[in-house]
Ligand binder design. Structure first.
Ligand code: G6P
Length: 355
């Protein structure tokens, strides 16, 4: 097992560092030389009039992001926790039902996909595992090609899911400015590598590793990143961590904010959404919470931040991948500082095959 880690202390750190390669593999052959067209095997002439995503855990966060891509392209799209899907199933019409599942074996997700098929839906698996149950049972399979992931807490597969969902949206929906999105995707592997080479995340982690709780906020594409940042933190550090839509802070969670609860704020760009999130950040700063801004530096969030984790300027869709890498590293180094069992956290399994 030690040799499998290629010199890294943990599989998780190795897999975090494998993201540039995983992203390249995901994109290979699927965008043409000009970066204009998308060619994904097995999509046929799919052009869904609606999309319903079902997923669990980290994959659920990727699915939230995927649904945003469709809605921005004018296609109605919703995301469901797979374990909740069958309790009050939405009308399917001729929607495509997409299960996002790294393993392709998660019982809750398989069950939701079966429910959808039973109700006449076309189904698709977005998965890392060729020949998995989800891939076999669905009408379509889109492989994210991240390579094997050993760490129980998902890392590189999340990045690859986000990239693959962009490809799926580009291939099946009238995405606005597709060339720019594709250019953003193609820049990602190099940008992730540069970020990994130069991240201050371990210093930030060390500074806050004794905090009472951690909060993560973002909006739009960065909202699923906030949720994923918190999930990663709780999975591998066993500390209380929650992710919130930045705008929701004032509707309750602000009561939890103290000088012992660092708030990680993902702020991208300099538009209206960023401006609003900076407003939310000011509110936590006024309550003496340490603020860690994960930002491309285009807004003035740094004025209200105690620490900054930089990401390069790019499109908001691609920025989500980059911001998430910074948060992965913060969770990893926090867990390491606390001496946790990073690759095999207590009580958790890589793939959960019971409902
Ligand atoms: C388990 C893992 C999580 C994962 C979830 C969904 O709970 O511990 O890391 O996100 O399953 O897995 P899937 O294979 O369906 O993506």
């Amino acid at each position: 097992e030690e040799t499998g880690k290629s010199g890294y202390d943990h599989f998780m750190l190795k897999e975090i560092h494998e993201q540039p390669r995983a992203l390249r593999q995901c994109l290979r052959g699927r965008v043409d030389e000009l970066g204009a067209a998308v060619d994904i095997e097995d999509l046929g002439d799919l052009s869904p009039t609606g999309v319903q995503f079902v997923a669990c855990g980290t994959s659920y966060h990727a699915a939230l992001y995927g649904a945003q891509l469709y809605r921005r392209a004018g296609i109605p799209a919703q995301t469901f926790l797979a374990s909740e899907y069958a309790t009050a199933p939405p009308p399917i019409g001729d929607a495509l039902v997409v299960g996002v599942t790294q393993s392709g074996e998660t019982a809750d997700t398989l069950s939701a996909l079966r429910e959808a098929r039973h109700r006449g839906a076309r189904t698709m698996a977005v998965t890392n595992t060729v020949g998995s149950t989800a891939a076999r049972e669905c009408d379509h399979a889109l492989y994210i090609r991240a390579g094997p992931e050993i760490g129980v807490a998902a890392s590189k597969t999340f990045a690859s899911q986000l990239a693959a969902l962009n490809l799926l949206a580009l291939g099946t929906a009238p995405v606005d400015r597709p060339r720019e999105t594709i250019a953003g995707l193609r820049d990602l592997p190099g940008q992730v590598q540069a970020l990994l080479d130069d991240s201050r995340a371990s210093a930030v982690a060390e500074q806050y590793q004794d905090a009472g709780a951690y909060f993560f906020v973002g909006r739009g594409h960065q909202y699923p990143v906030a949720l994923e940042g918190a999930l990663k933190m709780k999975e591998i550090t066993y500390k209380h961590a929650e992710g919130f839509a930045a705008g929701e802070l004032k509707h309750g969670p602000l009561a939890l904010v103290t000088d012992d609860t660092p708030v990680f704020a993902v702020v991208v760009g300099d538009g209206e959404q960023a401006r609003k999130t900076v407003g939310n950040v000011k509110e936590v700063e006024a309550r003496d919470a340490p603020v860690v801004a994960v930002t491309d530096g285009r807004s003035d969030v740094e004025r209200y931040a105690d620490e900054v984790l930089e990401i390069p300027e790019t499109h908001p869709e691609a920025a989500a991948v980059l911001a998430n890498v910074q948060l992965q590293l913060v969770s990893y180094y926090t867990a390491k500082g606390l001496g946790r069992s990073i690759d095999k956290p207590r009580n958790l399994a890589k793939s959960v095959t019971v409902e």
